[in-house]
Write a protein that binds this ligand. Structure first.
Ligand SMILES: C[S@@+](CC[C@H](N)C(=O)[O-])C[C@H]1O[C@@H](n2cnc3c(N)ncnc32)[C@H](O)[C@@H]1O
Length: 255
């Protein structure tokens, strides 16, 4: 086994993380090069009942994750990592920066990270201010804990590792070239659904690679223009649209 990067997950529920590491194509990455270690936060409580939460100062609903067990856990992680490695310390929170593919790519080529999974109403803010270097959100909705966001990041990083996908299909995935990926079809060529025949677009059966590539690019542009016009603007700004792309977009009458 060889490790190019290491992620340390600090969580109340290490048992939620472990099964993810042995299933699907990404298990190849988690057998090397992506090492994942979990740290059970309750092991760092000094309370006889292993409590790691308490009521918020100032009142209000819910509980807050105590600073001291978290600081001890993060200290143990840092010591285990050798102490001097400057890896991001990530706190998952709905108030953080939205995770996107550009950031996934950046993390996927780095040394790894420490991932803090919040629960309850979140962390005592002193931990965030003194230890966290990156706050990440999965989106504008509220989950019960940071384990799913941690797994989402680990999965997205793992599938970018060389040799994890048999073909480098992530190169055509949505966001890899700044656009959404268009639709796909497989056998049979013709299918009756609720009495209506649905056929695969002719061009995909033509065997003409140049035409197929252009058609796929147009489908990708069409979907992106309809659903995420902000991505079209960003791709244009980044010089990622060719003259043929611009011609196609003009025919849509949207630009
Ligand atoms: C119930 S949430 C706490 C929400 C917090 N009180 C708020 O309103 O921002 C519990 C934990 O789930 C995680 N979480 C919930 N939604 C998330 C999201 N959209 N992105 C990342 N983490 C999230 C965070 O770690 C958070 O500390």
């Amino acid at each position: 086994m060889w490790w190019a990067m290491r992620f340390d997950v600090v969580t109340l529920f290490p048992e939620l993380i472990a099964p993810w590491l042995t299933q699907g194509v990404t298990r190849r990455a988690f057998a090397g090069p992506v090492e994942v270690r979990t740290w059970a936060l309750r092991d760092f409580s000094d309370d006889p009942h292993r409590r790691i939460d308490d009521r918020p100062f100032g009142g209000g609903p819910g509980m807050v994750m105590l600073a001291e067990p978290l600081l001890r856990a993060l200290g143990a992680v840092a010591a285990d990592r050798g102490g001097d490695e400057a890896v991001p310390v990530v706190h998952f929170t709905p108030t953080g920066r939205r995770l996107d593919q550009a950031l996934v790519r950046e993390i996927a080529t780095g040394p790894g990270a420490v991932l803090i999974c919040g629960r309850y109403e979140g962390l005592d803010d002193r931990v965030v201010r003194t230890r966290v270097t990156l706050e990440l959100s999965l989106g504008d909705y509220v989950l019960s804990g940071g384990e799913l966001p941690a797994l989402a990041l680990l999965d997205a990083v793992a599938r970018l590792q060389p040799g994890v996908l048999t073909a480098p299909s992530h190169e055509q995935d949505s966001f890899s070239d700044g656009l959404l990926e268009g639709p796909s079809w497989s056998r049979p060529e013709s299918l009756l659904i609720d009495g209506v025949e649905h056929v695969v677009p002719d061009v995909l059966l033509s065997g003409h690679h140049g035409r197929i590539a252009r058609w796929r690019r147009d489908q990708s542009l069409l979907l992106t223009a309809r659903r995420r016009p902000d991505l079209i603007a960003a791709a244009r700004g980044a010089g990622q649209l060719s003259a043929d792309d611009e011609r196609f977009l003009t025919t849509l009458g949207l630009y």
